[in-house]
Write a protein that binds this ligand. Structure first.
Ligand SMILES: [Zn+2]
Ligand SMILES: [Zn+2]
Length: 389
């Protein structure tokens, strides 16, 4: 089959690789009909995630048709159309029982690697380095889905791939980021990053009762989308001082909740931005926490800072004194996607969400190298790419 494989920094290639096969009784093989490139794939593309190996198949946002099932999978059959969540979860361990699927303790065969980096291991993830299991990803014609009996959502007739594909990651991720904010009627929520996750976090915050959502970015096309599609107040941080603007909009107090939908490769300005770029390039810090710093400093006393952006390791100059002295709550985590798929599918069916609005580019899987380059450089106002095998 053809698959999009990682070869190094800014180097992905379409290669012919062996077809996946059933290895365990709870596996299924899915013929991919749609797959997407995620902002977090860019952390791999830009070489900031360790434990990648040449030839690794990328992709954790995918859906398709079941073409083979293991003997222990009784709730799927050949021909079923499914969306697959990006974290791999067993469905029955201590964490899965509490619906904390992204920290399943049975799905990362390389747990020892993750334990060295993070103390304990999270769940395995498709196409996301050997630190999270080394599983082959879904930017391919076929993919093996472990624990397929719990890790799938059957797609009802009448819904297109583009309406449901993002249930695999970014729609639940944006929704969980907003849910973590404890939104009350009248709340003001500020969101750093208007990529697809930020766009869904804006819509989710309004759906959960926020009175005002303030969207922060520097790309005009993303700010325009945030305003036109979701009526967010748009702030371009290259044009205004964000911390002053947020004070002005909230009577000096600060937003009730702040969402960081940016993560480890934030674009920084001024002295701190230069400091982060140098330290990350020297491998003296793993992440550039520009958006996180700003969110922590801007949030009102007693508010919530919800982190949806991906961080990898050790962060420098994070104003933890602000967290302690001003009673801030930090909530974060890889998304517990399994928990959100069915309820969000219902919201799509009844018209509360139409996630397809974030798609700006539709390309063939064979064009993945070009698609990564365009998405990485935001060429042609690229916000979200869907690939068709
Ligand atoms: Zn993703
Ligand atoms: Zn589990």
């Amino acid at each position: 089959m053809r698959a999009n494989c990682w070869y190094g920094k800014k180097d992905v290639r379409i290669e012919n690789v062996p077809d996946p096969e059933i290895l365990n009784p709870r596996d299924a093989i899915v013929k991919v009909t749609s797959t997407a490139i995620c902002g977090s794939d860019l952390h791999l593309y830009d070489g900031f995630v360790p434990a990648m190996e040449k030839g690794d198949i990328l992709g954790h946002e995918f859906m398709g048709e079941v073409v083979d099932v293991g003997d222990a999978v009784s709730n799927l059959k050949v021909g079923d159309r499914i969306v697959v969540p990006f974290p791999i979860a067993c469905g029955s361990c201590f964490f899965c029982q509490q619906e904390l699927y992204s920290v399943c303790e049975n799905s990362n065969p390389n747990a020892w690697m993750a334990e060295k980096m993070w103390g304990h291991s999270p769940a395995g993830i498709f196409g996301y380095s050997h630190l999270t299991g080394g599983y082959a990803g879904g930017q391919a014609e076929y993919v093996r889905v472990p624990f397929a009996d719990v890790g799938h959502l059957k797609v009802p007739d009448g819904l297109s791939d583009e309406q449901v594909l993002f249930l695999s990651d970014i729609l639940p991720t944006g929704y969980m980021a907003a849910e973590n904010c404890d939104i009350k009627p009248g709340s003001t929520v500020a969101i750093w990053g208007c990529g697809p996750v930020g766009q869904f976090a804006i819509q989710s915050a309004y759906l959960l009762g926020a009175e005002r959502v303030i969207a922060i970015d520097r790309f005009p096309e993303r700010l325009r989308m945030a305003w036109e599609k979701s009526k967010a107040i748009a702030l371009n941080y290259e044009e205004v001082d964000v911390s002053d603007a947020l004070k002005d909009l909230t009577g000096g107090r600060g937003p009730d909740a702040c969402i960081d939908a940016v993560g480890m490769e934030a674009h920084g300005m001024g002295i701190m931005g230069a400091y982060d770029r140098v330290k990350q390039a020297m491998a003296a810090q793993t992440d550039r926490p520009v958006a996180l710093r700003e969110a922590l400093m801007s949030c009102r006393n007693g508010g919530v800072v919800s982190i949806a952006g991906v961080y990898g390791g050790f962060l420098d100059k994070v104003p933890f004194g602000a967290v302690m002295n001003r009673s801030l709550t930090i909530r974060t985590g890889q998304t517990h996607v399994h928990r959100y798929m069915q309820p969000l599918l219902e919201r799509i069916r009844n018209g509360e969400f139409d996630p397809s609005f974030v798609i700006t580019h539709r390309m063939a899987l064979d064009d993945a190298p070009l698609a990564y380059e365009m998405f990485c450089n935001k060429q042609d106002d690229c916000i979200k790419v869907v690939l068709k095998p």
